[in-house]
Design a protein around this ligand. Sequence first.
Ligand SMILES: Cc1cc2nc3c(=O)[nH]c(=O)nc-3n(C[C@H](O)[C@H](O)[C@H](O)COP(=O)(O)OP(=O)(O)OC[C@H]3O[C@@H](n4cnc5c(N)ncnc54)[C@H](O)[C@@H]3O)c2cc1C
Length: 397
Amino acid sequence: MTIVDTPERRQLRELTRAFVTREVLPHLDDWERAGEVPRELHATAAKIGLLGIGFPEQVGGSGGDLLDSIIVTEEIIRSGGSSGLVAALFTHGIALPHMVAAAGGRLGGSLGGRLGTERATDDDLIDRYVRPTLAGTMIGALAITEPDGGSDVAAIRTTARRDGDHYVVNGSKTYITSGVRADFVTTAVCADFPGSGELTLLVIDKGTPGFTVGRRLEKLGWHCSDTAELSFVDVRVPVTNRIGEEDTGFLAIMQHFAAERLSLATQAYATAQRCVELTVRWCRDRTTFGRPLAGRQLVRHRLAEMHTRAEAARAYVHDVAARVAAGEPVVTEVAMAKNVAVAACDQVVDQALQLHGGFGYLRDAEVERHYRDARILGIGGGTTEIMNEIIAKGMGL
Ligand SMILES: Cc1cc2nc3c(=O)[nH]c(=O)nc-3n(C[C@H](O)[C@H](O)[C@H](O)COP(=O)(O)OP(=O)(O)OC[C@H]3O[C@@H](n4cnc5c(N)ncnc54)[C@H](O)[C@@H]3O)c2cc1C
């Protein structure tokens, strides 16, 4: 299967490209230095309908499905943006879907399945968090990972003890994308005893007493994407801020991992494609020993291999994404798509930097940023090793 290139999708590509050219490229270096993207960028992206792609109109989205979101992600990076920018501007892609699904909204294909029952409080969460976020006036984050470990999601230790019509939350989270700027955090907690594997999702507002946003974490890459540690000490969260029913959080997280993993896979192959383009341009212009680099067979073959890796990864990710959108149960294939795309990206960014020589090592070179940004793609949303565990399970091992 593949992503059909309809006239609407071609228009979406043009819209995305124009947005990046006009609103992102003149400022991206400043945002990398500042460690975050400005809030106004969310409003600008919302105004032209980009922020809401993949979310139903009934919840304030722009419509479209998972495949349209992939088109947007791909085009942002191919037109000179970065995976860090995607992480910062589209954090709602991981912070909101559980709320939309719990309220019965369809997110596209099989990803919008219901969790728990449709309750008035879930509709209320749509009005209080989903609509303002898709309108670009609120920023959300998703907090699963804890200092004691991220791969083993079921081992979460942050607790939520029921006290009347509130939960009292204690624990901490780390590496949370957009955690510095977020107005609310979709937080995975354990309402039973820690380690029970039964998780619940609560939406926790910034400013709630006992909820502290810790230091801004300094990173190898994704510099324009703020990352934070969060601490919860006796934080009282109204029961009305629970997403779906108690103990449905683990299933919700697992269901929405597919979209997150495909987004990361898309960021990986699109980064590879962008680096191939940049490197081809460089190798045509750069002359050594009296000839352009591209005039040498060794260099041409290296570029050919980089191009092949990027295109093969793209074709496979598109195939798996189309199957997810069609409702096929392809958990193993999603894991393989992520690993294939990340491996292609790792090899291509390394070769791209090498072919740029000394310039490739400088902050002035776009490939330098992609080289650093790419390293997280095999860690976030489930590491390469955890993907291999899923694949091995799918093989019956
Ligand atoms: C920039 C950035 C942004 C992030 N954003 C978010 C976010 O928004 N929200 C959020 O909740 N989390 C976020 N994360 C966390 C990320 O999802 C985790 O870092 C990731 O899931 C790995 O968890 P960990 O770091 O605890 O590593 P660990 O689980 O401690 O793993 C360490 C190493 O051991 C390997 N390993 C673990 N278990 C096994 C096993 N069974 N078999 C073989 N190898 C194994 C892992 O693959 C890894 O190589 C972010 C991380 C970063 C760096």
